[in-house]
Design a protein around this ligand. Structure first.
Ligand SMILES: Nc1ncnc2c1ncn2[C@@H]1O[C@H](COP(=O)(O)OP(=O)(O)OP(=O)(O)O)[C@@H](O)[C@H]1O
Ligand SMILES: [Mg+2]
Length: 369
């Protein structure tokens, strides 16, 4: 899958842009604050009408303008299509695929896929469990629409149960429905757990291989899915068995939850334990190791997505090379061959000499040729 051409009007610091991409490697260079990340953000925006830097579409419109547009010409093995997203400060954004108006952004799913690595992804290693759950959830949702539905249902019931446990002291009758919520939470939880466990097993394998290669086989990255203590290995159990175990656990914790006024155990606390050469990465890893591990996890997501979709998502790499030594940089640049890549960097000579990709020089929101 590739993006052949991007057109922008009043997107971030781009007033008017028409830009054709190479089907393989595109090196996006320029000094700081010229618009390199903004260009990746625009391509990413085509995949789901969402930015990775802000929740608000107001921020991505040129600050002096009231309306703008992002257009992408996408080609996959089976078709070529045009995606247009119109932005306005006055009304909701409008999305068109092949000229046909979409009802919502979720209809964009599956039309264009990309995997992004950006400096914030270092939080995958350094940040809390919520970062890693979000990573798993987004990755699995991209592949399995059913997972996204399960997650929405789980979160809704989790919030309701939390509210019951928080507020029952004022309204004792609220406790009448507590067990029903616990049952539903365990039902959705057991299904989520199976998906997460099997995705993590695949990601662990792929990320371990990639990390070993980037670091020159010197280091071992290990990822382990961490879930409720009542369950040893979800991959050895059926969904039914997981459900029974979760229900028994909720039964045991019932009074403790009521006393504590909050949900105690459950997949809402799931995590991925990350170790490099046996040591916990968040505590002991160096800057370069953190970057290598985070990148390996992202490339694992890309690999799994490619194997499932039968076509490589476009890989967007923002500022990936800093903090890596020359050997690690070389491996990254070699390993990303095989699909379309947009990679930003400040030092064009270094990267283009080693990848041979085509170069886009960005200056003040324009591509300079
Ligand atoms: N809504 C907006 N309207 C106009 N300009 C904007 C808007 N949002 C961001 N910018 C400008 O875009 C520029 C930053 O672009 P970007 O983040 O793409 O830089 P970059 O080339 O990736 O730089 P670096 O090398 O530092 O990462 C800044 O000068 C910023 O002021
Ligand atoms: Mg940038």
């Amino acid at each position: 899958m590739i993006v052949q051409r991007l057109e922008l009007r009043n997107f971030r610091n781009y007033r008017e842009l028409g830009c054709d991409f190479d089907p393989q490697i595109n090196v996006i260079t320029g000094r700081n604050a010229q618009g390199k990340t903004n260009l990746l953000e625009a391509v990413y925006y085509l995949a789901g009408a969402r930015s990775f830097r802000t929740r608000s579409d107001r921020d991505i419109l040129h600050m002096a303008e009231t309306e703008g547009a992002v257009t992408g010409f996408i080609a996959s093995e089976v078709r070529e299509q045009r995606i247009d997203i119109y932005l306005s400060r006055r009304e909701r954004k409008k999305i068109f695929v092949g000229g046909v108006r979409m009802k919502s952004a979720s209809e964009l799913a599956g039309r264009f896929a990309c995997t992004l690595f950006c400096p914030d992804d270092l939080e995958l290693i350094k940040g809390g469990a919520a970062e890693r759950r979000r990573f798993m959830d987004l990755a699995i949702s991209q592949l399995r629409p059913k997972y996204a539905d399960l997650l929405t249902n789980f979160n809704r019931i989790y919030e309701q149960k939390t509210r019951i446990l928080r507020d029952y002291r004022d309204r004792q009758d609220m406790l009448d429905v507590l067990d029903e919520f616990s049952l539903n939470l365990a039902k959705y939880g057991s299904e989520l757990m199976r998906y997460r466990a099997s995705w993590c097993a695949r990601a662990a394998q792929a990320a371990g291989d990639i990390h070993g290669e980037i670091s020159g086989c010197g280091e071992k990255l290990r990822l382990d899915y961490r879930t409720v203590s009542a369950i040893e290995d979800p991959l050895e159990m059926s969904v039914r068995e997981i459900l029974d175990a979760l229900l028994r656990q909720q039964e045991r914790l019932r009074q403790a939850e009521i006393d504590a006024g909050q949900c105690l155990a459950g997949v809402q606390k799931d995590d991925i334990a990350i170790r490099i050469d046996g040591s916990e990465a968040s505590k002991y890893a160096s800057q370069g190791q953190i970057r290598t591990a985070a990148l390996s996890m992202k490339l694992a997501e890309w690999t799994i997505c490619r194997d499932e979709l039968g076509s490589s998502p476009v890989l967007l790499l923002d500022d990936v090379l800093s903090e890596l030594d020359a050997a690690r940089q070389d491996y990254v640049l070699n390993s990303i061959q095989g699909g379309q890549v947009l990679i930003t960097c400040c030092d064009e000579e270094e990267v283009s000499r080693r990848t041979g990709g085509s170069i886009l020089r960005i200056e003040g929101g324009r591509v300079r040729n």
